[in-house]
Ligand binder design. Structure first.
Ligand code: TYD
Length: 133
C-alpha cells in the first residue's frame, strides 16, 4: 500500500469564497489534541527528519506548497502538498521530511496527541532498527 494517503476536505464555499471545516473523528480520522502550523520557512530550509512512536497527524498546506517525503523503512515516497482541500495522513512510525517550502507556505498540522518529545525518533538509523526488527 502506498504511504501517500489523503483525506479530502470538501470546500463549503459559496460565491463569497471558500471555507473548509476540519472535524476530528470525521474527515480527520482521530480525536484532534493539538494543532500547529509552520509558516515563514526560510528558502532552502528542510524540516522534519523524524518519526513518531505513537502520534498520528494530518498535514494540510493551507497556502503555498511544500514537498513531503514519507519513509516507512521499506520504501520512500514523496508528494507535493499544495491544496487546502487535501490532507495528507501521516501514521505513527513513518519518517517524514519536508522540503522546498514556497515562501508563502502555511502548513497546518493536526495531531492526535499533545506535544511529547519522548514520542519522537530523531535518529534515522534508530528508526530503521525499530521498524525492521
Ligand atoms: P519539530 O517537531 O522538531 O519541528 P519540525 O519537525 O517541523 O522540523 O519542532 C521544533 C521545535 O518546536 C522543537 O523544539 C519542539 C517544539 N514544538 C513544540 O513545543 N510543540 C509542538 O507542538 C511542536 C510540533 C514542536
Amino acid at each position: 500500500m502506498s504511504l501517500i494517503q489523503w483525506t479530502h476536505f470538501p470546500p463549503l464555499g459559496d460565491n463569497r469564497g471558500s471555507l473548509v471545516a476540519l472535524e476530528g473523528e470525521k474527515t480527520v480520522p482521530f480525536t484532534i489534541q493539538r494543532v500547529y502550523y509552520l509558516f515563514g520557512t526560510k528558502l532552502g530550509v528542510s524540516r522534519g527528519f523524524h518519526a513518531h512512536k505513537k502520534l498520528q497527524q494530518v498535514a494540510v498546506c493551507v497556502t503555498g506548497r511544500c514537498r513531503m517525503v514519507l519513509d516507512d523503512g521499506q520504501k520512500r515516497e514523496e508528494v507535493w502538498l499544495d491544496s487546502p482541500t487535501q490532507g495528507l495522513l501521516i501514521s505513527n512510525m513513518v519518517w517524514r521530511e519536508m522540503h522546498d517550502f514556497s515562501p508563502d507556505c502555511v502548513l497546518l498540522v493536526l495531531a492526535s496527541e499533545h506535544y511529547d518529545e519522548a514520542d519522537y525518533i530523531r535518529n534515522y538509523e534508530q528508526f530503521l532498527k525499530m521498524v525492521n526488527k
